[in-house]
Every structure is written in structure tokens, then in C-alpha cells.
Design a protein around this ligand. Sequence first.
Ligand code: UD1
Ligand code: MG
Length: 455
Amino acid sequence: MNRPTGPQRNCLAIVLAAGEGTRMRSSKPKVLHGIGGRTLIAHVLTAALEAGGAGIAIVVGPRREDVAAEARKVAPQAQIFEQTERLGTAHAVLSARPAIEAGADDILVMFADTPLVRPRTLSQLRTALSDGAAVAVLGFRPKDAAGYGRLVMNGNDLVAIREEKDATADERRIGFCNGGLMALSGQHALAILDKIGNANAKREYYLTDAVAIAREMGLKAVAIETAEDDVRGINTKAQLAETEAVLQGRLRTQAMEAGVTLVAPETVFLSSDTKLGKDVTIEPNVVFGPGVTVEDGATIRAFSHLEGAHVGRGARVGPFARLRPGAELGTDVHIGNFVEVKASTIEAGAKANHLAYIGDARVGEGANIGAGTITCNYDGVDKHHTDIGKGAFIGTNSSLVAPVTIGDGAYIGSGSVVTEDVPADALVVERSEQVTKAGWAARFRAAKAARKKKS
Ligand code: UD1
Ligand code: MG
């Protein structure tokens, strides 16, 4: 029988998201802003879940139902707690007291505005607890330490964390800083947290006091050093953009390591959930919104925008193509320049090479969609389906007025407005008879020239 391979100790992740985020200058709560196609809080919760945080408690500000709803989307099991007054990080953690009382071996305290923390960094904190520490803190060495809590060390032992406002001049010279995230032994967490007071410069209950208190109780505290990116916090729109850039760098590297060819990586924007197969080539200036999968050997040509789409093996998309949610492209499909596909299945080998809109449709295997073809899927109130059969040929500039079905192998003459179903292998021609007048153009020009001479 298979035995569980994960850590034997269970874990509660407490995610602090009660900040006001005023420096974002936004009507939207800070943690609902996004990078890599995912909200900040979703990034943090995903990392917590990957690090084995089966229990999740989220501390939100008063009446933040929107934050709670987003959190539940990622972690449906999350318990939500309201911090009614913002009295400091320890006070915020204690807002989740019932979750702590339920008992967990490891407690991770995470900040919802620190989205780049990697699951393996969280695992390192947990390992420190299983090795006997009661408190494990993430330390880093920023270029500029201003504003951060300083880690006061004695050899390998963490003695205290001093917030900048409370630090002596000597302590301020310490370059080793508190990244903010912390792991607490579940066995001691409440005893430690309940001893934290607010006798400090900001009159706040500092979570960071947990270190000195644990030591007074005869328990061990340690600091784990990590890269600055792991603990990069977001307070402003500029920091949001910087963090996005770091994340994009990580995602591009991961893609290339997995065998994807990025011709100009710095111009390709990925989402955290973008899935790219082997031997996929991405040309410059391509944007992947959330929910895109590209199968092996497909090529996404320059200046294409994809979101919620699935691209089959060997398919070719772009340049300048747009795949919107629900676009399902089969093997070897070609979607060319200025073609938009939404909520449609394009079956194997079908082609729409130029200037078309395919929405709410099925395009059968090997069908050809001519330039200027539009599925008229919207009547102003409702959306309707278009079904195009296998091997059908849709001539240029055709309007397919949905709901409508074009049978297998049918042939639609260019410029048709198709409002009725077309049987398999039929031809539709829908235009007035062509009038051709021999020599007319030459006579027209001669008459014009004669008139000009006279005047
Ligand atoms: C905190 C640390 C500091 C560390 C820094 C790293 C404390 C006391 N200090 O300082 O040592 O160097 O992070 O960035 O922990 N929050 C609440 N409720 C509150 C207060 C805060 O939910 O009452 C949340 C905030 O939304 C934020 C997080 O806790 O996500 C941290 O709070 P913040 O005010 O940013 O702490 P810092 O002063 O940056
Ligand atoms: Mg902060």
C-alpha cells in the first residue's frame, strides 16, 4: 500500500489581508490586484496550499466580502475571520483564534500582499519547526533596510526582532531583516501570542515580539535566510509592476526550461497557470491571459492575445490573432491574422487564415473559413450557435446568421448572408446577377478627358 509521502505534521496557514492598501490609490482592495493573471491573495493561497497548508484561515478587514469570496475561489475550505480594528500583526493573527485553538502542528503566518513567496521557502520554515524551533522567521538582506524589522542574532540563534521605530542606532545598522512571514509551533503559538503587548512606538501588537517571548519561555527561535524576491511586498502600483516583472522572469525561465522556444522572452507575457507543451514556439509580443493551454509543437506567432483557450498539437495561431475564452483549437488548426475566436470548437485541420470572427460555433474538421467571414452570433439580446460541418467551404465575406447549420462539405459562395440551414454538399449563392458591359470603362475615361479639355 502507498504511504503518504507528504510531511506528517499538519499545517494551518493564516493569511493576513486586513490592510487598507491606501497607497495603491484604488477603489479595489490591494490584495485583489493581480500579477501573472492571478490576484495577489490567490498567489499567496496557492503557495500555502502547495506547501501543505491544508488548513487556511484568512484575516480580512471589516465587510470585505469581496476579498473573502476571492479567497474561497482558490481555497474553498478557508475559514474567514474579520479583524474589526487594525491593532497590529499579532492582533490580526489572533483574530483567527478559533482556527489556532483547533490545533495544528505548524502555523504559517503569511501576508496577502507578498505574492512571490515560493512553496519551498515555506517548507523550509516548516522544517525548522520540525527540527525543534518554536518560531522560525524569514530573513533577507535588502539593499536598503529602511522600514524593516531587524533580526538581532546571537550566532545561529535569533534573539529578537526590533521594529525600526523601536530600534537603537546600533540595531538599525543590522542588514539582516525580517521578511514578515513566520512559522510558529502550534503547540506554543497561543501561549506566545497571548503574551504580546503593545508597549512600543506604534502602540501596536507586533507579531515580531513572538521571538523574544519564545526565548523567555525557554523555546528556540531561528531565522531562515531567503532571496528578497520571496518576501517582496506590494504597497504601491510601482511595486505591483516591479513584482509583475519578477514573476514574468520566473515564468519565462520555467517555460524555456520545459522546452518552450521563446524567441524574445522579455516581450512575452505569461499567466501563472499558462501551460505550454514541448516544442511550442512563441514569437515576440504575445500575451497569455489566464487559462491557456498550448499542446506540443504548436506555434503562436507575433502579436497574438490568448485567454481561456486551448490550442491543439501542431496548430498555428497568428500573427495578430485573438483567442478568447472557450476557444478550443484541434490538432493542426490554422488561425491567421486578425481572426477572433470565442467559445468555439475548431476541429482538426480547419483553417481561418484571415480577418474573421468565429463566436459560439463549431467548425468541423478540415473546414475552410474565408476572409471576412462573420458568425452573427448576437441578436442584441441572446447569443446563438453556428454549426459548420466537416470539410465545408465558407467563401469570403459571408455572414452566417445564427442559429444556423452548414452541412458537411457544403459550399457557401462569397458574399452570402446565410439565414437558413444548408444541407450537406449543397451550394449557396446569394447575390444578384453580374452585369458586364464591354468597353464601358474606356468610354467613361475618354468622356471625362474630353470634358476636361473643353473647360
Ligand atoms: C512587518 C514586520 C516587519 C517586517 C515587514 C516586512 C511586524 C510588526 N513587522 O512590518 O518586521 O520587516 O513586515 O515587510 O509584523 N496587517 C493586518 N492587520 C493589522 C496590521 C497588519 O492584517 O492590524 C497585515 C497587513 O495588511 C500586511 C501585513 O499584516 O499584509 C503586514 O503589516 P504591515 O503594516 O505592512 O507591517 P510592516 O510595518 O510592513
Ligand atoms: Mg508592510
